[in-house]
Design a protein around this ligand. Structure first.
Ligand code: SAH
Length: 257
């Protein structure tokens, strides 16, 4: 297997965490897109309870908090991200309303029908879109919303190279109509779905990686795993540039009935 084709699954989580700790967001997204997704959600007030699942260091959570009332809990598997998340909340003077907790999306630490909104940008793939939507629904109040961004195909067919890449990285990727149907089958009214524009990847994600990669490689000089990880990230970026007409992230917003 060539370096470039190493699977993301093979890398040490500490190396991955360290790399992503240097970035404000750990997935494609932007201020505008978080606000746009939020515009489809109605009825939030000071009493609302919101969870941001797979929150990372909280780039999108802080935007959410600045544009909506209510209490927000960010949940992530990795303590390093949660430490940075809580520092981030303090920096924005949001610590009274925004709290980061370590936990798993497979076993959410919430009560049945406790939440008004479940948010998750670029993270539900860790449990799988269908399973995540089904399991998380139990924690939403009737009439509550879910808003998640998820890798999706834009076309019915696509070149073999990008098909093979995704079948290895995340075989749960599917077309937009199929994802919307899955949302409906999981017990939500699909309220909206929209494609994240490519600046969410190019400007707000990959462009910021270039700087991080340089320092990261210096810090880990001679570390083959770190070099392979960076090569892998660069390969992903190249694929995105080559095949961005065929896939991307899509925001799906649903209302529990
Ligand atoms: N929402 C953030 C981070 C997206 S990256 C953003 O858009 O920037 C995906 C996140 O999911 C990472 O922070 C990763 O640590 C987290 N994650 C992975 N598996 C998880 C699990 N089982 N439970 C909770 N979080 C998990």
């Amino acid at each position: 297997m060539s370096n470039e084709n190493s699977s993301i699954h093979e890398f040490d989580v500490n190396l991955i965490c360290e790399y992503f700790s240097h970035l404000e967001r750990q997935g494609p997204g932007s201020l505008e897109i978080t606000i746009k997704a939020l515009s489809f959600i109605e009825g939030l007030d000071e009493q609302s309870k919101i969870a941001d699942i797979g929150c990372g260091t909280g780039g999108q959570t802080m935007i959410l908090a600045q544009h909506t009332p209510g209490q927000i809990k960010g949940l992530d598997l990795f303590p390093t991200f949660i430490d940075l998340f809580n520092k981030n909340a303090q920096k924005h003077n949001l610590q009274e309303r925004v709290k980061g907790i370590v936990g798993s999306m497979m076993e959410l630490p919430f009560q049945a029908e406790e939440l008004d909104l479940i948010w998750s940008e670029g993270a539900i793939y860790n449990i799988g879109f269908e399973r995540g939507l089904r399991e998380w629904k139990a924690f939403l109040k009737p009439g509550g919303y879910v808003a998640v961004s998820e890798a999706s195909w834009f076309t019915e067919e696509r070149p073999q190279e990008i098909h093979d890449f995704w079948m290895d990285a995340y075989p749960g990727i599917d077309t937009i109509p199929n994802k919307v149907a899955q949302m409906q089958q999981a017990g939500y009214v699909p309220v909206a779905s929209f494609i994240l524009p490519d600046n969410c990847w190019l400007e707000h994600f990959y462009a910021l990686h270039a700087r991080v990669q340089e320092t990261y490689l210096k810090e880990h000089a001679g570390n083959k795993a770190a070099e392979r990880f960076v090569a892998n990230q660069r390969h992903e970026e190249k694929l995105y540039n080559k095949y961005k007409d065929f896939y991307g992230y899509v925001f799906y917003i649903g209302k529990k009935i």
